[in-house]
Design a protein around this ligand. Structure first.
Ligand SMILES: Cc1cc2nc3c(=O)[nH]c(=O)nc-3n(C[C@H](O)[C@H](O)[C@H](O)COP(=O)(O)O)c2cc1C
Length: 192
């Protein structure tokens, strides 16, 4: 079973990427993280049926297509989704790799109530893309700063780790179901 992870933060010391790494530790299967920082700006002129997508886009589409589930972990900027992450999702709208794919959304914020706008917007966008948003695997993590161990760049807070383990068990279960269904009936997907 394979999980592809996307971080909405490009920062080297990103708290969301630290949460992502900790969550991946609890996924029961192979995990990879996509580099979305190298993607060009989405341009529908490059996205037609006869167009050859830019190489980083083809790599992303192949990685999502090969995954049984996707984990998105992201900060919130100005009550919205980081542009780099929305850009990555825009490249995946028409190509179809997210259709019926189990997806979990986690947002982490340094603020006591932050991240809820981006979390809701990401879920809405993914549902519009016909992804299967696994609500039981989604989380909002407020006041994330003290929960991270800067020495390991992972979550150190035991309660948060336990919650991430629970979230990832739900995503693992959904990925298992999806992988079984895919074996019986391949998902629709346009060639990258
Ligand atoms: C331009 C900008 C806008 C931000 N807007 C929000 C916001 O609306 N809500 C929020 O919770 N945090 C906001 N933040 C704080 C980020 O959540 C914080 O910088 C966080 O550490 C970024 O995530 P990262 O550590 O994974 O890079 C903003 C930060 C910046 C730089």
């Amino acid at each position: 079973m394979k999980l592809l992870a996307l971080s909405g933060s490009l920062r080297a010391r990103s708290s969301n990427s630290a949460v992502l790494r900790s969550a991946l530790d609890f996924f029961d299967g192979a995990t990879t993280t996509a580099d979305i920082g190298a993607l060009p700006h989405f341009n529908p002129d490059l996205d037609g049926e006869d167009a050859t997508p830019p190489a980083p886009v083809a790599v992303l589409r192949a990685a999502v297509g090969a995954a049984d589930a996707v984990l998105v972990v992201s900060p919130e900027y100005a009550h919205g989704v980081p542009g780099v992450l929305k850009n990555a999702l825009d490249w995946l709208v028409s190509s179809g790799e997210c259709v019926h794919k189990p997806v979990a959304v986690i947002t982490a914020s340094p603020f006591p109530t932050g991240g809820d706008h981006a979390n809701a917007q990401l879920r809405e966008t993914l549902r519009m893309m016909t992804a299967e948003v696994i609500t039981a695997a989604c989380r909002e993590i407020p006041a994330v700063g003290p929960l991270i161990d800067p020495a390991t760049d992972r979550v150190k807070d035991e309660a948060t780790l336990a919650d991430l383990r629970t979230a990832m068990s739900h995503l693992t279960a959904a990925a298992t179901t999806a992988a079984t269904a895919t074996t019986a009936t391949p998902r629709p997907s346009r060639t990258a």
